[in-house]
Design a protein around this ligand. Structure first.
Ligand SMILES: Cc1ncc(C[n+]2csc(CCOP(=O)(O)OP(=O)(O)O)c2C)c(N)n1
Length: 275
């Protein structure tokens, strides 16, 4: 990735993080931690990798993105707003009655491809979509973002086995490995492994797997490019991240997993993001 592209992506990531703060609003709980740790991977997907067209949002050959850890959709909402799927002002109406943007993704929102929020379902949803694409001999890809604590839930590993069995090289799973769940450290609450351990699990299931710095736009872009060259197996990209990244008082902690902001914390967060 050239320097100018990387710098442009870092600017966009700042915009996405500011959008998360906008969507959180004041006095209503919202998922800051996982949205901020995911922000750089979401940015590289939307502004570098995915074949999408905000002017033709249902074009049949578009790549699909599934936010399997649906509570982190605030980062995706910000990207979709910035890209023009709906006005930026919608962000401030997040989680209001009748608003377009709710606390978890719904396909009624422009740009959202799957209803999620109940953890553990995105990989198997992606498997189904990828099988459909293969049947249609279509070239579009499916990108699924999971949390590390999420890997203890639902049909993740059933989906992982199926993806390898069906040789779904059109499937990419990105794991936001921030090491923190809703209530504490993943290693203490339900240990699915650190980033290397998670990569080893996917590899054992027959996947192409690698660990990257999930906040380096260059490493994210390179890993996604490399996945395009892998034939006959799905790819897992395990991004080592920091929960709450970019907001110092929320970093590496479960406290801001789902918490409200007040005027003081909001101002401090925005100042740090824009610094
Ligand atoms: C099936 C299911 N069980 C429990 C929850 C409640 N829940 C929401 S977020 C979360 C923790 C997620 O942690 P992780 O996947 O690591 O996400 P991140 O740290 O990136 O926010 C839990 C347990 C849920 N949404 N769905």
């Amino acid at each position: 990735m050239d320097k100018a592209t990387a710098e442009k992506l870092r600017q966009k990531a700042r915009r996405i993080r500011a959008g998360v703060i906008e969507a959180l609003g004041l006095g209503k709980p919202g998922h800051l931690g996982g949205s901020m740790s995911a922000a750089d991977m979401v940015t590289v997907l939307y502004y570098y990798k995915m074949n999408i067209d905000p002017k033709n949002i249902k074009k049949p050959d578009r790549d699909r993105f599934i936010m399997s850890k649906g509570h982190s959709v605030l980062a995706q909402y910000a990207a979709l707003a910035d890209l023009g799927y709906y006005p930026w002002e919608e962000l401030s109406r997040t989680k209001t009655l009748g608003g377009l943007l709710q606390g978890h993704p719904e396909i009624s929102t422009p740009g959202i491809e799957a209803n999620t929020g109940s953890l553990g379902q995105g990989v198997s949803l992606g498997v189904g979509m990828c099988l459909g694409a293969k049947r249609d001999k279509a070239a579009w890809r499916v990108f699924v973002m999971c949390g590390d604590a999420e890997l203890a839930e639902g049909q993740i590993w059933e989906g992982a086995t199926a993806a390898a069995h069906y040789k779904l090289d059109n499937l990419r799973v990105l794991v936001d490995a921030n090491g923190v769940s809703a209530t504490g450290r993943v290693s203490e609450r339900y240990n699915v492994g650190d980033a290397a351990g998670i990569a080893a699990k996917f590899a054992a299931f027959g996947w192409n797997a690698r660990v990257i710095d999930g906040h380096s736009v260059e490493e994210i872009g390179d890993a996604l490019d490399a996945a395009d060259q892998v034939k006959g197996k799905p790819s897992a990209i395990i991004g080592k991240t920091i929960k709450g990244k970019g907001v110092s008082f929320a970093e590496d902690s479960h406290v801001y997993h789902n918490k409200d902001m007040n005027e003081e914390t909001r101002a401090k967060a925005l100042a740090e993001i824009n610094a």
